[in-house]
Design a protein around this ligand. Structure first.
Ligand code: GAR
Length: 210
């Protein structure tokens, strides 16, 4: 079995998608949009987005559901801001499973997930992070890298485990900081790299199930 632990199914290029993805996000949803565009253009191979989940009322990611014909949900989040209580997280597990999803993509999801989700989707959760991990984990990774004065940064897709931004790295893309860059232009280049990286990783993971 491959390192990421995906099992069974058909490969890329076939019409029957078997890696059924729920995307979890908290904000703009530009990466969810990039994945949905890839799906629309037939670039996701043996993977399909079956649902969107958001923990922030009114976040733009929720609007993508209507645009792309994918159900979008904003389940209750409970009393905490940066995580769920175990009971609330179990409700999220049920809601996600009800959509048929068997694979989670955290794309700008700003809560730490714990045992209920990690166990329900063991080995089948990936996260997108806007730095070259293990450099600059945590919040405001682009700002951290900028303030440090790095000449190169980028983005990472990695498996999710109990350590924040600590799971095995699947792939990364490199972004150079030019002398002419502002924080805004540097961030823009990293986001553009994310929009290329995430769909291509998901297509590869979908294909590897064959
Ligand atoms: C992305 O840059 C993603 O890497 C980052 O949030 C942004 C979401 O943008 N995630 C993290 O920082 C997680 N630690 P989007 O909502 O437009 O996809």
């Amino acid at each position: 079995m491959p390192k990421h632990g995906l099992r069974g199914g058909v490969g890329a290029g076939r019409s029957c998608a078997v890696m059924k993805i729920a995307i979890l996000g908290s904000g703009r949803g530009s990466n969810a949009e990039a994945v949905l565009c890839a799906q629309r253009e037939g670039r996701l191979g043996g993977a399909a987005v079956v649902s969107l989940f958001c923990d922030v009322p009114g976040a733009r990611i929720l609007e993508l559901g209507g645009r792309f014909g994918v159900p979008a949900f904003q389940p209750p989040t409970g009393e905490f801001r940066t995580r769920f209580s175990p009971d609330v997280e179990k409700c999220w597990v049920r809601a996600i499973r009800d959509t048929g999803a068997d694979f989670l993509v955290l794309a700008g999801f700003m809560r730490v997930i714990k045992a209920p989700l990690l166990e329900a989707f063991a080995g089948r959760i990936v996260n997108l992070h806007p730095s070259l991990l293990p450099a600059f984990p945590g919040l405001d990774a682009i700002g951290q890298a900028w303030r440090y004065g790095v000449k190169v940064s980028g983005c990472t897709v990695h498996h999710v485990n109990a350590t924040v931004d600590g799971g095995d790295i699947i792939d990364q893309a490199v972004v150079w900081r030019d002398d002419a860059d502002s924080l805004e232009s540097f961030a823009g280049k990293i986001h553009a790299a994310e929009h290329r990286l995430l769909p291509s990783v998901l297509a590869r993971l979908g294909a590897s199930q064959g």
